[in-house]
Structures are given as C-alpha cells and as structure tokens.
Design a protein around this ligand. Structure first.
Ligand SMILES: NC(=O)c1ccc[n+]([C@@H]2O[C@H](COP(=O)([O-])OP(=O)(O)OC[C@H]3O[C@@H](n4cnc5c(N)ncnc54)[C@H](O)[C@@H]3O)[C@@H](O)[C@H]2O)c1
Length: 318
C-alpha cells in the first residue's frame, strides 16, 4: 500500500482530502499542529496516522520514511489570523514550506502545494488566468503578507523543479462542511450568524463578487492533477467559476436556513482598520484545470449551506 504525506490533514480541506485518499486505497501520514485543525477531523482508521506537530518539528526529528506522494496544505490561513499575526504567517508559510520542499526533493516525491487565488493580489485579470501578473498592495498592509508568503512558496517549488516534481494548486474560495468562521471565512460566519438569528455582517458594500466551490467537489481532482504529467511545474486554478455577490450570499444563507437574522453592512475600516484593500471580483479561469482533468459540476450552493449548518450543529454538540 502506498504511503502518502498530507500536511494540514486535520484542517478543513485536508481532512476531506484524507478521506478521499483513504477511499483510493492509500495509507496516510498526517502532520498537523492543530493550530486551526481539529484532531477529530482526522479519520480514525488503521491506515491513517496523525503526528501532532508543526512541519518544522516533524522535520527536525529527521523522518526516515519516503512517500509515494505529498500534499502540503499546512499553512496559516484566514484573513483574521493573517492580519493579527503577519510575522507568524510569513514564518509558517515560507520557512516551514522551504524545509519541507527540500526534504521532499531529496527523494523526488511528487508534491502538490496548496496556494491561493490571493497570489493574484488586486490583479486586473477578469477572470484570473495562471499567466496573469500579480499586483499587490503596499507591504504596510498586513493582509498582503499571506499573498506574498504563498507566492514565495510557489517560487520555492518551481525553483526545485529539477529534483521535485510539483504542481501548485491556486484554490479559490472553497467551502463546505467542517469549515469554521473563527478566522474570518465568510460562509461559515454567515451560517453561524443565521443559525443564531444574530446579524449577518457583510464587510465592505456587499457588491464584491466571489465564486464558491464545495470542498467535496474538488478534493477528488487534486490527486488527478498531481498524477497528470502535463501539470508538473505549473500553477493551476481550482474552484468554481459562477460568481455571486457577498450581499446575495448573505440573503441566500438567510433564505436556505429560514433565519430571521438582519443583514448588516459594515465598512472594511470598521473591521480591519484603515488601508484594508479588497477586490471587487475574484473569478477563476478554469481552462487549464479543465484541460488537465475533467472537473465535476459543482453542487448547488444551497446544498453546501445546509450541509455546513449541519456540520456546525454537530460540532457544537460535541
Ligand atoms: N479554504 C479556502 O478557501 C482556501 C483558499 C485558498 C487557499 N487555501 C489553502 O488551502 C490549504 C488548506 O486550507 P484550509 O482552508 O483547509 O485551512 P485550515 O486552517 O483548515 O487548514 C490548515 C491546517 O494546517 C495546520 N497547520 C497550520 N500550520 C501548520 C504547521 N506549521 N505545521 C503543521 N500543521 C499546520 C492547521 O492546524 C490546519 O489543520 C492552505 O494551505 C490554504 O492556504 C484554502
């Protein structure tokens, strides 16, 4: 049985990926420091081993194992976390990733690196194509530390291409069961507020548009992209390409969950302070992903909202 490494496997996307890899017949080592992940999200199964550690600590113990393939998802994630701790975000996302990629390069392990649509910054592409320029705001604005850190990660992977067969996945907004709103993720924040009948806070003017993909629709594509030789050495957008405004999203959540929550518009500066920059539209061009593998149609957002609410209910009752 082939052994696969998943860093960040106790997190939102990682735990769904681990379940998928298990069904595919792999044995899995999860390395996760549980900073935002949860131990009980890792399937209890004889073929799944969890090491509760940072990637750095795990590497310091000089693991002797080699892996059939690796998925590097561990990272500091979420606008709130990034704005509160830009230094920690950079160290976590860049320094630990550099160490891991060097380790994996020694055994030429095929590696999938989780990146983000944030690397486009305030880029002007409509929709965003992988070949677009990245345009960032000033370094005095903490939120850009996440985009910079992930862009450096991409450079690190591509710089090692002679020894490290890698593919970079630029996730666009990914949502679904087990996602939590603690670090500013919009959909779980809205769902939690709607369930509690408290105000749904829309940051900005609500006209900004995003595309939301259900995690269960996309994790299956990740191993297939990694196994496609033409994807090697490339960034690939992954997500859904149907935009919805954040105000429409708030209204949909209220309707689907039959909630009485009022919708409250809160200017960015009240939430994130002066100088916070966001972009009006973030839509992926999925042509590259579709050329590499067939992407399944996304399930309706209403179904994702219902299932996310159910997972929050279950989590709250634990
Ligand atoms: N969810 C999205 O919409 C989205 C969008 C773009 C990119 N991504 C990327 O996808 C990946 C997974 O994100 P997610 O949404 O599942 O977030 P998440 O916070 O649920 O998952 C990250 C996991 O990594 C762990 N972790 C963090 N730092 C670690 C370290 N140094 N060592 C070991 N474990 C560590 C956390 O405990 C957590 O379990 C991240 O790399 C993120 O940047 C996610």
């Amino acid at each position: 049985m082939s052994r696969v490494l998943v860093t960040g496997g106790a997190g939102f996307i990682g735990s769904h990926l681990v379940e998928h890899l298990l069904v595919q017949g792999h044995s899995i080592l999860v390395v996760d420091d549980l900073s935002t992940g949860l131990e009980h999200q890792v399937p209890v199964h004889p073929e799944v081993e969890l090491v509760c550690s940072t990637v750095d600590q795990w590497l310091a113990d000089e693991p002797s194992e080699s892996f059939f393939e690796a998925y590097h998802l561990a990272a500091a994630v979420g606008v709130r976390k990034v704005v509160e701790d830009p230094f920690g975000t950079i160290i976590n996302n860049v320094v630990e990733t550099a160490g891991l990629l060097q380790f994996l390069a020694k055994s030429s392990t095929p590696t999938l690196l989780a990146s983000t649509s944030e690397v486009y910054g305030v880029g002007h592409g409509r929709p965003f194509r992988e070949s677009d320029d990245s345009v960032y705001g000033p370094t005095t604005v903490a939120r850009w530390s996440y985009a910079h850190s992930k862009a450096v990660d991409e450079h690190l992977a591509f710089a090692l291409e002679e020894t490290l067969p890698s593919v970079v996945i630029r996730f666009f907004n990914t949502v679904g069961p087990r996602q939590r709103g603690d670090w500013g993720m919009v959909l779980p924040r809205f769902v939690q507020a709607a369930m509690a009948n408290t105000p749904i806070e829309v940051h900005g003017n609500g006209m900004q548009k995003r595309c939301f993909a259900d995690v269960r629709d996309i994790v299956g594509a990740l191993p297939r992209i990694l196994h496609t030789p033409n994807a090697r050495g490339l960034p690939v957008n992954v997500g859904h390409d149907e935009p919805i405004s954040i105000l429409e999203l708030a209204e949909l959540v209220r309707k689907v969950l039959n909630s009485d929550s009022p919708i409250r518009i809160v200017p960015y500066k009240e939430v994130w302070g002066r100088g916070f920059q966001d972009l009006q539209e973030r839509i992926p061009d999925l042509a590259r992903a579709r050329n590499l593998v067939s992407l399944p149609p996304s399930r309706p957002l209403a179904e994702t909202i219902r299932d996310l609410a159910e997972s929050i209910r279950t989590e709250d009752s634990l």
